[in-house]
Design a protein around this ligand. Structure first.
Ligand code: TXA
Ligand code: MG
Length: 322
């Protein structure tokens, strides 16, 4: 048992079927005891999440994998060994004992050991799996700070553990592994190239599995989001300026934004040095857009490699979200 009072309180909340929001390195999760179907039902209802959308079960140690998965293909074992704790979720055949409420009725389960000291302390003290989707309402922007969780979910969460701002900023890479197939269901900080190098399989991407993070419209602020290329930026701002009174927020690489003499008064939401910083500030910038009453967020897409692929993926879905 941990000596920290907030961790002890969080464990008590989970044991009585309550909901605890906690930080991970990717985004904040809204946690419930993964073996308590009543707690899971409340989790789905607070998120306003359809019951057929599975949640990720967070584990404290790599070895817990054997308890939650009925089979662990070699490729999955290699990924867990190399990348856990870290921003990787493995979708594997679920052990018979795993709640089908947590899996959204599927016979597979998403598992991940998060890389955040507070999350690991909580998991260690709780001593079981914690089911946790991102701690936002279904379809909206994921929270990367305790403050964002409180703003979104407020009193419906029993306890929010504050672990500061998330270091990665976009959700984990989801990889479904079978004996014959490695499939990347959602891009994240762990790249397809890394998965290929560690498993020796060339992963396929996408898939038919129900996954809210892979719906075309998700991660959406109230503002409209327009994703543009570097070269299209000026023209797009000029075109928007024709519509007088529109409030435009800008988001993108600093080098691209610096070259803009905006035809409309714009508010710079974030000017980033690289794709890592883009991922880290993406969701807080989208939230700020709404707080400022921005009508249109114009986002210059990052370069299409590394974590930039995950940022581009989230921007695309945010743009489809109205
Ligand atoms: O980084 C993250 O993954 C964060 C933190 C809190 O760990 N969690 C997160 O959870 O993003 P959520 O619920 O917002 O997204 C989980 C994704 C969904 O797209 C869900 O459909 C997919 O994981 N997923 C979970 N179990 C699955 C399964 N058995 N098969 C296919 N997809 C699954
Ligand atoms: Mg989510």
């Amino acid at each position: 048992m941990s000596g920290r009072p907030d961790i002890e309180r969080a464990v008590a909340v989970l044991r009585r079927g309550g909901l605890v929001a906690f930080p991970t390195e990717t985004v904040y999760g809204l946690g419930a005891d993964a073996t308590d179907d009543d707690a899971l039902a409340r989790l789905y209802s607070v998120k306003r999440r359809p019951a057929d959308h599975p949640v990720i079960v967070h584990l404290g140690r790599k070895a817990d994998l054997e308890e939650w998965a009925s089979a662990v293909p070699d490729a999955a074992r290699r990924l867990a060994a190399a990348l856990w704790p870290g921003p990787l979720t493995l979708v594997l055949p679920a052990a018979g004992t795993v709640s089908r409420v947590a899996t959204g009725g599927l016979d597979t389960v998403g598992l991940r050991v998060p890389d955040h000291p507070l999350a690991l302390e909580l998991l260690d003290a709780f001593g079981g799996g914690i089911a946790a989707p991102s701690a936002n309402r279904f379809g909206r922007v994921s929270p990367t700070s305790a403050h964002a969780v409180e703003q979104d979910l407020g009193p419906e969460v029993d306890l929010v553990l504050d672990g500061g701002t998330c270091a990665v900023g976009v959700e984990s890479t989801i990889v479904a592994v079978t004996d014959t197939d490695v499939r990347v269901l959602r891009p994240g900080a762990v790249t397809v190239d890394t998965v290929a190098a560690l498993t020796g399989h060339v992963p396929t991407t996408g898939g038919a599995t129900p996954a809210p993070g892979t719906l075309p419209a998700h991660y959406a602020p109230a503002a409209r989001v327009d994703v543009v290329s570097t070269t299209a930026l000026r023209g797009h701002l000029t075109a928007l300026g024709a519509d007088s009174g529109v409030r435009v927020g800008l988001l993108g690489p600093a080098s691209d934004l610096a070259s803009v003499d905006a035809a409309v008064p714009v508010v710079t939401l974030a000017a980033v040095r690289d794709a890592d910083e883009y991922a880290r500030v993406l969701y807080s910038a989208l939230r700020e857009a709404d707080a400022l009453g921005v009508d249109v967020v114009v986002a210059v897409a990052p370069t299409d490699d590394g974590i930039g692929i995950a940022v581009a993926d989230r921007l695309r879905r945010a743009a489809a979200g109205r």
